[in-house]
Structure formats: structure tokens, C-alpha cells
Write a protein that binds this ligand. Structure first.
Ligand code: TNX
Length: 720
């Protein structure tokens, strides 16, 4: 009896505490349910008690449509205060029946208290629907972040995104208590910031395609396309972010990733004649010469303006993926190395970065660099290092005592795809929100001493593969970023032990509605698909609605129940809920391909290391030794005329339209002699659905050069 009673009390207690569990994300440190509720109605005022709280009071009044009160005349009221005795970025939120009191340790702390308050209210307010009257359950929240650096990254260099789009992501990151935006403003494919002393950098380098000197390696190839931020616009973005507690760290990626500048100022390059035959005359070099003194003058001009424009104490100067073979071929660089007793080109990189750091320091700024920049020597220990290549690279940086941002690709690059058959990069890993959520420094081998040097986490979105997805539409980017960003925020903010199932429950039951009101086209977890005894079925556990497509049609048909079919390979399923969607998900048979005997020939020479024979054995991609010229051709001939449902012909990388055949004609032949044109490639690919047995496929280049040093051809993907 006693046992039963204890059990009963225990069960009751857990039910009660479960009901009282906060649904705020990221999860606060301490939450305590109170008695009663606070009524938000038009009589309620917002009272900014602390002087600095003005912008937050306006922000909150915008969201809730409440008046601002100057002093404390009336109740009910929402009081906004700052108490420096609280932890940095921490806050106390107290909801009583007659007032809400939010006290932040500083500006950001107060802002985060407001964010938690918003999450206790109807989610519609994120969509601009002001609650006329609603209640907030009485409670007390005491909260502070685990890490001081909680960042997201946008790459507007590869794919242009305008001010409104950028602000949209800032806004949504702020809802999740992130406090830093790493802004990737320059790269091989674009320069997106006005530099007043060198206006050509943005005026010319902000665009590509058409007659732009910057060849459009990715994306829209025939039109001039792009944009840049004027300094005035950038100031506006900075202000907008600052109100939301977000600091913008700009990145000028140096000394590599600089093809845009190099196209406009070829004099910055190393002193040798490049071999241009291979790339159809296009100079692919992208590294600043380290020994040309005038380069540092130009860099001084650029960085001085960047330092002046951005209030952040940090400026990111890159340091990743430098093609040092350019320095090795340069007599000037070799001479400099000799003069300074340098053995390895990494030391030259150290030298280059040190020169940049001197410029930053003379402007009162601290450098941020990618992890390669600390190879080959040491930089000042105040330098903020971003570990992106691996866990090892992060640990090395932390061990050497640099403040380190942990962001290895396999956990934090949100340009990676989220499951095997989705879109996105794969080079680091394939992962969804769960892997981000479950990241654990200790389990990854970080020692307590190393952890002391970890300042926080950052998620990136590199945008080279993005352009095909119409950057004017938020769908693809939202899908890649959310809910992974929510998981990142949880990781960077919250302390407690991890409980994925609980987090997922809150995500689905509470946060899906909020993300919908935020107009995020976020990703749902994929439906489960199974095939048994002739019945193909799909299910979800998040309340979403299921649809299916049947090949070759792409029309989505509502799923009403198991489909009786002997051809499960024709179906794909997708669930939809409000603004969100899952990836298209199929039974394993959908992905099955066949490998009929095929011969491959080309007018171009093959790479010895990655030869054409790989295509005949379906082993993997094959490479040519140069870019294509008009008239170059590739021919697949099947040993036997092939009957099949679908043939997918792809050039370029598997996951990215680079090194493709650019400008093309595709023809098929049914007898191996006469060919009929079936179209050009689109972004390097074409899907064929031959209606009779097919003998050969011929691909012919109709343009000179793809802006690269080679063409990649993928093995045919053939579905029976
Ligand atoms: C690596 S992150 C890069 C970027 C690419 C990205 C794609 C880094 C320092 N370099 O240039 O865009 O991978 O995931």
C-alpha cells in the first residue's frame, strides 16, 4: 500500500513537473511555475526602467502592440530593467498577476528575457499578429548562456542575398538567442561590400555573368547577376542586428579565395605566366602575392574602411584553403622566403596574416581566422580561431591557447545535406538537427583545459550550391537552416544533460508553430516508408499531412493509406505541415540503379589518375585534363540497346554544379548512327526517359570553357 502511494505521488509529481516544463527554446537554466496568470491587454504598458532598454522596449511594443510608459504609473505593466550584478547575457523573468519584470545582466540579457517572454505567448505574434488580449502563466525564469559566442554565418559572396533577406535571417537568429553573425562578404565568386577608396571592387566584383570579368562558376550563367551592399546599407544592417543583440563580424577572405579581386586587379597575383590553355584562357589564380609590397597598401585601404564601418572588435581575415602552389611558382615569393629564412609556404601564410593583423591592430581590431592560419607558427593569442576542418583542428587551436570557435563541418555546416538523398554538400557529413543537438565537447575528446578555450559554436551556410534554388525564395535556405539552427542554439545556450526525445517533442509541439509564424519554410523529419506484401505505406509522428508522387509525374497526391503496387520504385512521399515540408522520401527500391555494359569515348584527353574507364565500370566520376572548347564531345554507347525507365546524365561534381559542361547539346541514338537532339544540360545535368531501346548518348560542348581547369563526367545513373 505504502509503495503504491509513493508511486502515485511520484507519478503525480512527474506529471505536474512535466506540465510545468518550460517550452522555451533554447531551454532556460531554471524555470519555476507560479500561481495564476498575467493578462496582456491594451491597458498594459511597457516600461523601460533602464536607460539602455529603449530599443528593446520599442521592439517589444512592435511585437505586442502595447504602449510605452515612461515611468511606473499604472499596472499591469511589463518592466524592463538591467542589473549588472546578473551574469553577462543572463536575465531574470518574473511573471506575476499584476506585472512582468524582466531584468537583464546587460542589454543582451534583457533582450533574451524578452525572447523568453515572447515564447510564453501565442506563437502568432511572430507573424505580426498582435495579441489583443492573452494570458501568460505566472512563472520565474533564471537564465544565462553557456557560451558567449553563439553564431550563424551567411555567405553572400557565392550567392547574392539582399538586405531584406539578410535582415530576415538576423531576425530569426535573434529569436533563438544567437548573438553573432559571421558575414562572408568576399570570395572567388563575388565582392559584396562597397569600398569607397576602390569602388570597382563592388561595382564590378559584385556581379557576374554577362560581360562581367568574374566568370560565373556557379548558377545563372548567361545574365549579369548579383549585387553588393553600400556602406550606408551595411550600417543599416548593423543597426538592425544590434537592436537584436547580434554583432556582425565581417569576413574579407584573404589571401586565398580572392579571384574576384584578382580579376579586377591582376597585378596583385604572383609573378609568373600561368598556363591558361587548360582553363580555356581563363585565369583561375586566386591568391594574393605575399611578396608584392603594394598589395599591403591596397589591403590597408580595404581593411581600414572595413574596420571603420563595423563596430565589432573582430574582423575576419580568412586564411583558409590557400593554394600555396601559386606562391611556390612566384620568384618574388621564393626570394622573400629565402630572405626571411622560411622553409615552408605555411610560414609565408603566417607572414601574410601577420601583416594583416598589424593593419587590424592599428585600427583597434582583433583578428578572426580560419584554422589553417595557425599552421606553420603562431599568431597572437588574442586571435579568434575558427575550427572548421575537423575536431582535431579545433583541439589544436584550443591546446595552443587560442580562443576557439568550434564549427567542424561534419556537425555545423548547414550546407551539408540532412539525409542521403536530399540536396546539399556531402564532403563533411550528412546530418540533421539531432547530430547538432547531441554534439558533446567531452565525448569528442576535448580536455577540460581545451574546453576552457572554447568560446562557443557557429553554424555556417556556404552558398555555392544554393544558386540553383532561386535565392529570391526563402524555401531552400530555410529548409537547410531550420530546425538545425534551433539545435545549435540549444547546444550553445543550454547546460543540462541532453534528452533528444524531449527536445524533439518541444520542437514539434511548441516550436513548429512558432517557426511557422516566423514564416520559416523549415524541414520536417522525413516520413517512414515501408513496403510489405505488395503494400507501400508511409507514416509520420508529427501531425503532418502526407502526399506522394508517382513517376514520372511530380504532382503531389494526398496519401490516404497504403498503396497496393508491385512497383514501389515509382513512389516518393513528402509530408507537409503549415509552412514546413519534409524531403521527398522513397523506399530503398526507388534509388536502385542498374549497370548495363557501356563504352565511353571523348574528343578530350582523360586524366591519368581519374580515367574514363571509371565510367564504364560505374566506379565514380572521370576527369578530363582541361576545360572544354566548342565542339568537344563525349559519347556513351551501350553494348546492347537499352530499355529502361530513366537515365540521369550528370557532369560536374555530384553535389554541386561545378566543372560541368557549360553550353551543351545532348543527343540520343537508337541505332548508334543517327542522333536526335533531346536538349541542353541544365546546371550540368539531364534526365532522359527513352521511349524505346537506346543505343548511345552524345554530349557536345557549345561553348569555350567552363571557367575551370577540367570537366568532370559522372557515371550514368540508370533506373530499370
Ligand atoms: C569549405 S569553410 C570552405 C568554403 C566552402 C565550404 C563548403 C571554409 C573555410 N572553406 O569555401 O564553401 O567548404 O561547405
Amino acid at each position: 500500500m505504502k509503495r503504491t502511494l509513493t508511486l502515485l505521488i511520484l507519478t503525480l509529481a512527474t506529471t505536474l513537473s512535466a506540465a510545468a516544463m518550460p517550452t522555451i527554446l533554447p531551454t532556460p537554466r531554471h524555470f519555476e511555475a507560479g500561481q495564476g496568470e498575467f493578462w496582456v491587454d491594451p491597458t498594459c504598458t511597457i516600461v523601460p526602467l533602464a536607460e539602455e532598454s529603449g530599443p528593446i522596449a520599442e521592439y517589444l511594443s512592435d511585437h505586442l502592440n502595447l504602449r510605452l510608459g515612461v515611468t511606473l504609473p499604472f499596472l499591469p505593466a511589463i518592466l524592463l530593467d538591467i542589473d549588472p550584478a546578473l551574469p553577462s547575457e543572463g536575465y531574470h523573468l518574473q511573471v506575476d498577476p499584476d506585472r512582468v519584470t524582466i531584468t537583464g545582466g546587460d542589454y543582451n540579457g534583457l533582450f533574451y528575457g524578452v525572447q523568453s517572454l515572447l515564447q510564453l505567448m501565442p506563437s502568432e505574434l511572430y507573424g505580426g499578429i498582435k495579441p489583443y488580449a492573452c494570458t501568460i502563466p505566472c512563472c520565474r525564469v533564471e537564465d544565462a548562456p553557456r557560451f558567449r559566442y553563439r553564431a550563424f554565418h551567411l555567405d553572400v559572396a557565392r550567392t547574392w542575398m539582399d538586405r531584406e533577406r539578410v535582415m530576415r535571417y538576423i531576425d530569426r537568429a535573434a529569436y533563438h538567442k544567437l548573438n553573432t553573425m559571421h558575414f562572408h562578404l568576399t570570395d572567388d565568386e563575388g565582392w559584396r561590400l562597397e569600398i569607397r577608396s576602390h569602388p570597382e571592387l563592388a561595382l564590378e566584383g559584385g556581379f557576374r555573368g554577362g560581360d562581367s570579368p568574374v566568370k560565373s562558376v556557379y548558377g545563372r550563367w548567361d545574365e549579369r547577376y548579383g549585387g553588393f551592399f553600400t556602406q550606408e546599407e551595411m550600417r543599416e544592417i548593423i543597426r538592425y542586428a544590434a537592436v537584436r543583440g547580434i554583432e556582425i563580424i565581417p569576413e574579407i577572405d584573404l589571401p586565398g579565395h580572392s579571384r574576384t579581386v584578382a580579376r579586377l586587379h591582376p597585378e596583385i597575383l604572383c609573378d609568373y605566366t600561368p598556363y591558361l590553355e587548360q582553363s580555356a584562357g581563363y585565369d583561375l589564380r586566386n591568391v594574393w602575392c605575399a611578396a608584392r609590397e603594394e598589395n599591403f597598401q591596397l589591403l590597408n585601404d580595404i581593411l581600414r574602411e572595413v574596420c571603420e564601418l563595423f563596430p565589432s572588435p573582430y574582423i575576419h581575415i580568412g586564411g583558409d584553403e590557400v593554394d600555396m602552389s601559386q606562391w611556390k611558382r612566384c620568384p618574388r615569393c621564393r626570394e622573400l622566403m629565402q630572405r626571411r629564412g622560411m622553409k615552408e609556404p605555411e610560414e609565408l601564410q603566417q607572414y601574410f596574416m601577420s601583416r594583416l593583423i598589424t593593419i587590424l591592430e592599428s585600427n583597434g581590431k582583433t583578428p578572426v581566422v580560419w584554422n589553417e592560419a595557425i599552421n606553420g607558427g603562431s599568431l597572437k593569442k588574442s586571435t579568434l580561431v575558427q575550427g572548421w576542418e575537423s575536431i582535431r583542428a579545433c583541439r589544436k587551436s584550443a591546446t595552443e591557447g587560442y580562443p576557439t570557435v568550434v564549427m567542424p563541418g561534419q556537425f555545423f555546416y548547414f550546407d551539408m545535406r540532412q539525409s542521403q538523398h536530399e540536396e546539399g554538400h556531402t564532403w563533411a557529413a550528412i546530418f540533421d538537427a539531432r547530430k547538432v543537438y547531441e554534439f558533446d565537447l567531452q565525448k569528442q575528446g576535448f580536455t577540460p583545459e581545451e574546453i576552457r578555450h572554447v568560446v562557443g559554436f557557429e553554424c555556417t551556410f556556404f552558398s555555392e550550391a544554393y544558386i540553383g534554388h532561386n535565392p529570391e525564395e526563402p524555401d531552400y535556405l530555410d529548409f537547410m537552416l531550420y530546425p538545425r539552427t534551433v539545435a545549435l542554439a540549444e547546444l550553445a545556450w543550454h547546460y543540462d544533460q541532453k534528452d533528444w526525445e524531449h527536445f524533439k517533442k518541444v520542437l514539434i509541439e511548441e516550436h513548429y508553430a512558432r517557426m511557422t509564424a516566423m514564416d520559416l519554410r523549415f524541414r520536417l523529419f522525413p516520413p517512414r516508408v515501408s513496403y510489405r506484401e505488395g503494400l507501400l505505406s508511409a507514416s509520420t509522428d508529427d501531425g503532418s499531412t502526407l502526399y506522394y508522387t508517382k513517376e514520372p509525374s511530380t504532382e503531389e497526391i494526398p496519401y490516404k493509406g497504403p498503396i497496393r503496387t508491385s512497383q514501389p520504385e515509382l513512389y516518393r512521399f513528402r509530408s507537409r505541415l503549415l509552412t514546413a515540408r519534409s524531403p521527398l522520401t522513397a523506399h530503398a527500391s526507388y534509388y536502385k540503379t542498374i549497370q548495363p555494359a557501356v563504352r565511353f569515348e571523348s574528343s578530350m584527353t582523360q586524366s591519368e589518375k581519374v580515367p574514363f574507364s571509371r565510367l564504364e565500370s560505374y566506379k565514380g566520376a572521370a576527369w578530363t585534363t582541361r576545360s572544354h572548347r566548342t565542339g568537344d564531345w563525349f559519347l556513351f554507347t551501350f553494348e546492347e540497346p537499352l530499355s529502361c525507365r530513366e537515365i540521369f546524365l550528370q557532369t560536374g561534381y555530384l553535389h554541386l554544379p561545378r566543372k560541368i559542361v557549360w553550353g551543351s547539346r545532348v543527343e540520343v541514338s537508337y541505332d548508334g548512327k543517327a542522333f536526335v537532339e533531346v536538349g541542353p544540360l541544365t546546371a550540368g545535368c539531364i534526365t532522359l526517359r527513352p521511349e524505346m531501346p537506346i543505343k548511345a548518348i552524345r554530349l557536345t560542348a557549345t561553348a569555350d570553357g567552363n571557367g575551370e581547369e577540367r570537366v568532370i563526367i559522372q557515371p550514368l545513373q540508370i533506373k530499370q
